[in-house]
Write a protein that binds this ligand. Structure first.
Ligand code: FAD
Ligand code: NAI
Length: 471
């Protein structure tokens, strides 16, 4: 192909949805370009999301453990000090290493990396405002929108990323705030709230609903999660509506009211983190010009093959329907490219895992008890606490449990909910079991190594099917 020929596929956006789609397209022999304007590949996830937050979660947990937990374990440390600049530097190192790695993979798979911001000039052509200056136009037989999402601002509160911050500012605070208020008790609020709580801030989470954890979390797990976080020092103000904020004398004052009684109160903090959700990034794409329609939440409308309302243009990841998760975006990226190449591709939305990377972690796949009861499904529940798991006991990490929900008539696994050490890694087994349509008996009869935390899954499966052994 000459450089003037149209690409087989152009992907707009270099996040986990876009870059994975680009690699797959390269592997399948499609002539591919990826357009990204932020100066690095990896999107929200690698640059200001999953990766830097997990770096901070891990190291803040080690610091917290050294301070509060080591003594009980028989390890005396003296002169323990937080070196925040070094912790932030390590986070940056993880980010730059991984984003460069992605750039290497893109090159290896012969994908052209176009640095700049794209907007549609027509259904098969994009104008690119180049990072190095100037403009260019590229043509593609297929275009995939993978432009991701951005933080939803709180009306009237402007982010200065110092005292009123989004998750991006919360990943980069120069010093530990004395007092931090988090608006929103969802995933970002709890992860970033945990980080700064562990590093010494007084953290208060203000949430509109009466429970924490965001959409899809099992009610029983959410309650136990809240208790555990409270034990760690995080404070919660649930059922509370934030009205507005004002900055005065280096502090932020928040006016809030009780959602039921309407009782008003003023809270103050050094730093306020706004974490009330994210919204698709589509505004500069000139979608109106090509007839790509959005729903009432600003998400790009697609059919079950990721086709938008403009022929030849697909959309995947955070910019369209479904949970805003990196692995969901990746699966869609691959399926979209396979559909372009082979005419078919598939994502199983019933088995997309959710993980909250606090300590203990919270992880689940499938439906919650509440959702299943609402759907009128006859369920059986098996639970097993980590308190009764030998490995958890050995390592003094016994908070939490595994909860397995099955269909009563068939024993088919419908949901697995874990709160406990390494829940995110443990969950993979449950995801695989559900992907293969397993029953709780199937997993209960599978040999699990001893002593491992994974035995808690086997025991909860045994409990759902018949009876646990160690309870
Ligand atoms: P994005 O990653 O948002 O990438 C889109 C890219 O498109 C961006 O780089 C953007 O610059 C680019 N772009 C936008 N418009 C244009 C344009 N016009 N031209 C060119 N380029 C454009 N998910 C998890 O699964 N696990 C986690 O642990 C996790 N942690 C998170 C922590 C935080 C603090 C945040 C904010 C998010 C987290 N997420 C996590 C969510 C995850 O980051 C997203 O679901 C994921 O990045 C979505 O991928 P995407 O490819 O759809 O979009
Ligand atoms: P979220 O949707 O998880 O939680 C937002 C919370 O804010 C909800 O509990 C909601 O009830 C509450 N809220 C909304 N408006 C409010 C108001 N006015 N006052 C008080 N509370 C209010 O969104 P969040 O935490 O911002 O995260 C955005 C996305 O990023 C999520 O969809 C998540 O999927 C993704 N993410 C994933 C992570 C992971 O997989 N570990 C980590 C971080 C983010």
């Amino acid at each position: 192909a000459s450089s003037a020929d149209p690409y087989d596929v152009i992907i707009v956006g270099g996040g986990p949805g876009g870059y994975v789609a680009a690699i797959k397209a390269g592997q399948l022999g499609l002539r591919t370009a990826i357009v990204e304007g932020r100066g690095a590949l990896g999107g929200t996830c690698l640059n200001v999301g999953c990766i830097p937050s997990k770096a901070m979660l891990h190291n803040s947990n080690l610091y917290h453990a050294a301070k509060h937990d080591f003594k009980d374990r028989g390890i005396d440390v003296s002169d323990l000090k937080l070196n925040l600049p070094q912790m932030l530097k390590n986070k940056e190192k993880a980010v730059s290493g991984l984003t460069k790695g992605v750039e290497g993979l893109i090159k290896k798979n012969k994908v052209d990396y176009v640095k700049g911001w794209a907007s549609f000039a027509g259904p098969t052509s994009l104008n690119i405002s180049l990072t190095e200056g100037g403009e260019t136009q590229i043509e593609g037989k297929n275009i995939i929108i993978a432009t991701g999402s951005e933080v939803t601002p709180f009306p009237g509160m402007e982010f200065d990323e110092k005292s009123i911050v989004s998750s991006t500012g919360a990943l980069d605070l120069e010093k530990v705030p004395e007092k931090m208020i988090v608006i929103g008790g969802g995933v970002i609020g709890l992860e970033m709230g945990s980080v700064w709580n562990r590093l010494g801030a007084n953290v208060q989470v203000v949430e509109f609903l009466s429970s924490i954890g965001g959409a899809g979390i099992d009610g029983e797990v959410a309650k136990s999660f809240q208790k555990i976080l409270q034990k760690q020092g995080v404070q919660f103000k649930l059922g509370t509506k934030v009205i507005d904020a004002e900055k005065k004398d280096g502090k932020v004052y928040l006016n809030v009211e009780d959602a039921k009684s309407g009782k008003k109160e003023q809270l103050d903090a050094d730093v306020v983190l706004v974490a009330i959700g994210r919204r698709p990034t589509v505004k500069n794409l000139n979608l109106e010009a090509i007839g790509v329609e959005l729903d009432n939440k600003g998400r790009v409308i697609v059919d079950d093959e990721f086709n938008t309302t403009c022929k030849g243009v697909k959309c995947i990841g955070d910019a369209t329907f479904g949970p805003m998760l990196a692995h969901k975006a990746e699966e869609e990226g691959i399926a979209a490219v396979e559909i372009i190449k082979h005419g078919h591709g598939h994502v199983n939305y019933e088995t997309i895992p959710s993980v909250i990377y606090t300590h203990p972690e919270v992880a689940w796949v499938g439906k919650s008890s509440e959702e299943l009861k609402k759907d009128g499904v006859n369920i059986k529940v098996g639970t097993f606490p980590f308190m009764a798991n030998s490995r958890a006991k050995t390592v003094l990490d016994t908070d939490g449990m595994v909860k397995v929900i099955t269909e009563a008539e068939t024993d088919k696994i419908l949901g697995v909910h874990i709160i406990g050490p390494n829940a995110g890694e443990l969950l993979a087994e449950a995801v695989l079991a559900m992907e293969y349509g397993a029953s709780s008996e199937d997993v209960a009869r599978t040999c699990h190594a001893h002593p491992t935390m994974s035995e808690a899954i086997k025991e909860a499966m045994l409990a759902a099917h018949f009876k646990a052994i160690h309870m």
